[in-house]
Design a protein around this ligand. Structure first.
Ligand code: HEC
Length: 101
């Protein structure tokens, strides 16, 4: 059921012309923006103070990146990181990180 809903939602996004999430682009952004340096290759952090992102849901990643960017969630490092992300970057990062199993 969830899968069906997810498909409907994706189709809605495609047909509405909204930003379409792209896992491969998200992976490039993850490396290019330096996320990989703290959160680790494949989202598995090797530094205890940086949370692993592997296993986090795409929706969770999207919401938190938006909150870091708007300042609703405060953390000096992540507020600075998220400030440089465009909406499309956030969608792609959410798709990529959400796909990590
Ligand atoms: C310099 C290190 C550093 C870099 C670079 C970095 N992060 Fe983070 N990130 C952190 C830290 C530290 C936290 C925990 C913040 C807190 O405690 O609120 C965090 C938290 C997060 C969270 C929330 C995780 C959770 O479990 O609540 C997400 C999502 C995230 N980062 C994504 C990213 C993305 C995407 C990038 C690249 C654009 C990135 N981070 C770059 C250090 C970093």
């Amino acid at each position: 059921m969830r899968f069906v809903l997810a498909c409907c939602y994706s189709l809605m996004l495609i047909f509405s012309g909204a930003v379409q999430a792209d896992v491969a682009a998200g992976q490039s952004t993850y490396a290019a923006k330096g996320c990989i340096g703290c959160h680790g290759p494949g989202g598995k952090s090797v530094i205890a103070t940086y949370p692993s992102l592997k296993g986090k849901q795409g929706d969770f990643v999207r919401k938190n990146l938006l909150d870091f960017r708007s300042g609703a969630r405060k953390n000096p490092v992540m507020n600075a990181m998220a400030a440089g992300l465009k909406d499309v970057d956030i969608e792609n990062l959410a798709a990529y990180i959400g796909s990590l199993k």
